[in-house]
Write a protein that binds this ligand. Structure first.
Ligand code: SAH
Length: 359
């Protein structure tokens, strides 16, 4: 089969310029050459490092949150735990250690892992091979008639965005074009995206902004399950709360920004998550939604410092320094602390741990 760039050029030659959202989908998820389909992108040797890969404390605290959510649900005897985009399976493995402190929860637990990457699914299967409850793998979130607890860390940023520009003549959308010589480029062309007037009324002409109906559809699907059978979802990602305009779409290779058009399928393509829009998508389904908080507030509220103290107590200086570095990485405003946000949606209205504002 031809390489991904050649196939993208053929596609553009046949059907015309390609919306950026479709380009992002192909580059990340093409079954043969998509970025996630062919590699394990995490860690120092990889393109980026995620919070669960920084420290086991991240997953343990997410697990503590899940236990609190299960209690708020009335301690159902059977529960489905789902994770979207589980990477190497580290977050799930770490949070199950916290869930194990509640034998009634563990006894009735079933796990649904949702991923599209054969490489990462293999890593997840190995990591979870000894888990004492049923674990199943799927390409998309399956329906369930059980109450659902759901987690997703750095999943929504990998779903496609549309970059739009408000012009005098209407809304233009960023497309990928091809030159005679086969070089990819960008052009802003009339959009086929359905945009409600309310979404753009307040935006001044000339403004560039991003929308992702794809992300909203996933949020609504989660919300529908929670509404039908009870449940709670925790979404963590790098993103912003409005007002914000401009394009945040970017490509990363080896922890460095690169040209997103240079080698399709070779770089991680992402865009910041618009948490205000996600919040609205959940609210439109009539379930309870927290206001987004920073990862810093969330982890400190859940006891990150206490957990680091426990793990470090009586351990070597090297181990304690490692724990301090992990804490800094996770919550410092210069690192992941404020860029990363956390949103919770639930069938119940109890205040959720982690969501108190620190100031
Ligand atoms: N949550 C993990 C990994 C984040 S990377 C962590 O925090 O370390 C994104 C993950 O989402 C990868 O596992 C990738 O394979 C998966 N993914 C990305 N887009 C997806 C899609 N459209 N459908 C299913 N899985 C997807």
């Amino acid at each position: 089969m031809a390489d991904l760039k050649t196939r993208i050029l053929e596609d553009i030659a046949l059907t015309g310029p390609m919306p950026l959202s479709r380009y992002m989908n192909l580059c990340l998820g093409d079954p043969v050459s998509g970025y996630y389909m062919t590699r394990d992108p995490f860690g120092h040797g990889g393109d980026f490092t995620t919070a669960p890969e920084v420290s086991q404390m991240f997953g343990e605290l997410v697990g503590a949150w899940l236990v609190a959510a299960w209690q708020a649900l009335g301690r159902p005897s059977r529960t489905r735990l789902a994770e979207l985009g589980p990477g190497r399976g580290t977050l799930m493995a770490d949070c199950l250690r916290s869930l194990a402190l509640e034998p009634d929860l563990m006894r009735g637990l079933e796990i649904d892992m949702v991923d599209m990457s054969p490489t990462l699914i293999a890593a997840q299967q190995e990591k979870l091979s000894k888990v004492p409850c049923p674990v199943r793998w799927h390409g998309t979130l399956p329906d369930s008639d059980l109450p659902t607890l759901l987690i997703a860390n750095e999943f929504f940023d990998a779903l496609p965005v549309h970059i739009l520009v408000k012009t005098e003549k209407g809304i233009a959308e960023r497309h990928i074009t091809a030159s005679q010589e086969g070089k990819l480029g960008f052009a802003d062309l009339p959009t086929k995206l359905q945009i409600s007037q309310g979404q753009i009324d307040a935006i001044p002409t000339g403004t560039v902004f991003e929308l992702s109906p794809e992300r909203c559809d996933v949020a609504k699907n989660i919300a529908a399950g929670i509404k039908a059978n009870g449940g709670a979802a925790l979404l963590i990602d790098y993103g912003y709360v409005q007002p914000k305009t401009g394009a945040t779409f970017q490509a990363l290779t080896n922890h460095q920004m690169v040209d997103p058009l240079d080698q399709p399928g070779e770089a991680d393509l992402t865009a910041l998550v618009d948490f205000t829009s996600l919040e609205k998508c959940f609210k439109s389904m009539d379930i309870h939604v927290s206001e987004p908080v920073s990862q810093m507030d969330f982890l400190l509220n859940l006891g990150l410092l206490e957990r680091a103290g426990q793990l470090g107590s009586g351990q070597s200086q090297e181990m304690q320094t490692g724990l301090q570095q992990a804490v800094t990485r996770l919550v410092s405003p210069d690192e992941m602390g404020t860029l990363f946000k956390v949103l919770a949606a639930a069938s119940f209205d109890d205040p959720m741990p982690g969501f108190q504002k620190s100031s």
